[in-house]
Write a protein that binds this ligand. Sequence first.
Ligand code: C2O
Ligand code: CU
Ligand code: CU
Length: 515
Amino acid sequence: MNLNRRDVLRAGMGIALLPLVPSCGGGDKAQYQASTGKILTSKIPLPKPFSVPLPIPPVLKPTRTDGTTDYYEIIQKRATAEIIPGRQTEIWGYNGLFPGPTIVSRSGRRTRVTHRNELPVPVAVHLHGGKTPAEHDGYPIDLIMPAAGMSGHGSHVMGGRVSNLQKEYDYPVDQPAATLWYHDHRMDFTGPAVWRGLAGFHIVHDDVSDALPLPKGDHDVPLMILDRAFAEDGSMAYPSISRDLNGAAGVTDSFTDGVMGDVILVNGAPWPVMEVDNTRYRFRILNASNARRYQLALDPARTQFVQVGSDAGLLGAPVRHSRIPIAPAERFDVVIDFSAYPVGSEVTLLNTFGDNGTGQIMRFRVTRQARDESSIPARLADFERLSPASATATRKLNFTLGADGDQMAWAINGKVFDPNRADVQSRLGTVERWQIITDQHHPLHIHMAHFQVLSRANESRVRPTDAGWKDTMDIPDNELVEVLVKFTGYQGRYVFHCHNLEHEDMGMMGNLDVT
Ligand code: C2O
Ligand code: CU
Ligand code: CU
């Protein structure tokens, strides 16, 4: 057979894909400013906001360590979780948890994670923001096949670096302190896999970050924000018509703009509440939603977010924001100083891009007076601003609808993803200027190579929230942005894509060959 993998997958689907009908800026879009997506509505009564305590994902313990390396094991499996109080929800979880356990690495020490696949579908694990050799980056057809099912012919038709049952991912962690995350990255099926729960934090520390007087310990809190919807049986059903050979749900029909839910979860709990001292806290905020974009704000706004880190590491100096727009997969490392609020106050983290339920994210209850040993220094880490003069190539990339055979799909320069096609070649050690043009809201993500935002055509300047090294950026509709990408790390085939997961699954992804 001489079909590429996408054709094989589609040939194996029980129901053919429908022609893609782009939404024409209807109610959803007007209401949910610049999130490209459609809301799936829950069929069960939703819990009262701010009644469930904020969970903190457990930190994974290494199974062993030696002089250079920490070794971990994760089993990907089905489990049930009580997400909505009194209801059981089936999830797909790393170690059966949603979010997955947090991995904590030290810059310069290797981290090796053996993932065992006990799910009914193939998986690929990507460390988002990691500088990882290509064979360990979770390339979309580098799959770990499940125990039963398609492993025999799967490895035959798919062509990637296919492993059976388990794979050891080797991360050199030769990069500075940052808040990374890991999630599923299987070609055409990332949206449903992450929706069911395959996402976790991977935090990197280094000597520079350890030496800073920022809040530490239980005052350094990861917050994974995402939206979901719950079906009558309590499940997080993914709206889908397509099936792969194992019957797993894939890309969507009327939800091809992106799947959004009506329940906001933080660390897997609906609109949770956290009791805090009246001191500074550091929050590592991740938007792990498939498609929803948020704008974070505090209510009452007696203080600001003080940003200390971006996607890929610490900033040179702190930046204050009263609002933070955050696109899928972006991270903001911020300090909130609750001494601005009297003990007894309630402070709500809002999403000013949402309404009613989705307009709120979580609540902080300032319950205790405490001494604060932390501070925010004026200088955080060395930061090298890239100059456009250093760019050795300029590339234009259109993130717009394109033709996929006789169907329309999300595409880059008119082409949907093909693992066998060369798209962009970049030389290790160089800096390039990338110009991204969008039709709708498309968050750009580049694997392995980090970048800095240079310009936004529709905004008079780069946003304050664009500061620092980025691996993902928020790009609204009908925009032209420029970024400077620095290719340090490893050679090999990587990808860049829209991080709206439904767009990615439809094909808005390209190969990046670092040579
Ligand atoms: Cu977070 Cu290619 O992904
Ligand atoms: Cu990534
Ligand atoms: Cu997109």
